[in-house]
Design a protein around this ligand. Structure first.
Ligand SMILES: [Zn+2]
Length: 64
């Protein structure tokens, strides 16, 4: 599915956040993935498997 998830990457999800946003930035990786909504700034932790099933596509790579 996703070879690697890195902090700073932006992903588009399959379902829209209640605030209207579609895109989330990863701020933490590990067993759980921490993502932040680009529209409202809300932070959510998801198990890696859940994150992979909810996300649709990577929008941008982390800058490094
Ligand atoms: Zn939001």
């Amino acid at each position: 599915m996703i070879p690697e998830i890195n902090a700073g990457e932006v992903y588009r999800m399959r379902r829209r956040h209640p605030c209207g946003g579609w895109e989330w930035r990863v701020y933490r990786t590990g067993a759980d993935i921490g993502i932040e909504c680009l529209q409202c700034g809300r932070r959510v932790m998801l198990e890696r498997r859940k994150f992979e099933s909810r996300m649709k596509a990577r929008v941008s790579l982390a800058d490094d």
